[in-house]
Design a protein around this ligand. Structure first.
Ligand code: SF4
Length: 323
């Protein structure tokens, strides 16, 4: 794999303001995306993965607030750009495949007008013939027939809508895609079709992708590396095979043990206990209230994310006993 970094996220911090104090949604998250790879960003609902994606695209809305960090793309820190410059970057250099295609498409516009809008907003007015050909090519690329262009969103199935969203995201052939749970809310058969569409698009266009999700089984089949988030913190990042064969962080171990298996017929493991109040993170390790291996040290010292094996980093005192 080419190890050139295409997207570099450094120390990203996002809070949500509430009357009872700030919710810490993303707490100093850092990771790199390499050219051509798919990086899975996983964790339970509310762990901050979608907020991190929105922050990368500078799309966090109030009461959310980006408190700090850097997002480097093509040698530019996106957090230093104006809104006008950011609009130029979005779609063309970095595009989002949104969660829930149902709510992302305009219900009163035909598919061709929605895709056409995205293209013409950035590339200027196009001759009708050329635009129509381009839209047809994009739909074919995501496995849809050209006639879909004349339909309204309500005439499409959930899987077709999601594939239209993918077609829109790649309309300007951005080198980097962020796919936010693109298969959630779809039944398992359609999930597979959409997942295969993503794989095909990635191979044909050579894009690099951050794939957000919570389905570890699906991630195992689609990503090259996996980054695990818990309560706004990145707790482990490793090549996918390594992460599944030798998960280090107790939370990653629990996530993997919770994948149902028809062959093994073992009872599913659940993470005991409750997540802490996100407005008041405890001192020490963020996972201490649910960790089966918690030690005295975990209550007071937050473990940094450190390399434990080549390309495998983990934030846990079980592997940092030298301090
Ligand atoms: Fe568990 Fe301690 Fe490791 Fe946190 S640092 S995951 S509490 S063992």
């Amino acid at each position: 794999m080419n190890r050139a970094v295409v997207l570099d996220v450094k120390n990203l911090r996002v809070h949500y303001e509430t009357p009872k104090g700030d919710v810490v949604a993303v707490n100093g998250v850092s990771f790199s995306l390499y050219r051509g790879e798919t990086l899975g960003l996983v964790g339970e609902s509310g762990c901050g993965k979608t907020t991190a994606a929105m922050a990368i695209l500078s799309l966090v809305q109030p009461p959310g607030r980006v408190l700090g960090g850097e997002v480097w793309l093509n040698g530019t820190n996106l957090f230093t750009l104006s809104e006008r410059q950011l609009r130029e970057v979005r779609w063309r250099s970095l595009a989002l495949i949104p969660q829930g295609a149902m709510n992302s498409l305009n219900p009163v516009m035909r598919v061709k007008d929605q895709i056409g809008d995205a293209i013409q907003t950035h590339d200027g007015k196009q001759p009708r013939e050329r635009l129509s050909t381009r839209i047809g090519e994009l739909l074919n690329l995501v496995g849809l027939p050209g006639r879909v262009s004349g339909l309204y969103p309500h005439e499409l199935s959930g899987g077709m809508k999601q594939r239209v969203c993918i077609a829109m995201a790649i309309a300007l052939t951005p080198p980097v895609l962020i796919a936010d749970e693109p298969t959630s809310a779809l039944d398992v058969v359609v999930q597979r079709v959409v997942a295969q569409t993503l794989v095909d698009v990635k191979q044909r266009l050579g894009v690099s992708m951050v794939l957000i999700g919570h389905d570890m089984g699906l991630q195992a089949q689609l990503v090259d590396r996996i980054a695990v988030m818990y309560a706004g913190n990145l707790v482990e990042i490793a090549p996918v095979t390594e992460a599944f064969e030798r998960p280090l962080h107790p939370y990653t171990q629990l996530l993997i043990a919770s994948i149902p298996s028809i062959k093994a017929r073992r009872p599913l493991k659940a993470a005991e206990g409750l997540t802490h109040d996100l407005r008041r993170p405890p001192p020490g390790c963020i996972f201490q209230f649910r960790c089966p291996f918690v030690m005295e040290r975990c209550r007071t010292v937050a473990p940094p994310l450190r390399e434990h094996a080549p390309d495998h980093r983990v934030a846990c005192h079980l592997y940092q006993s030298d301090e």
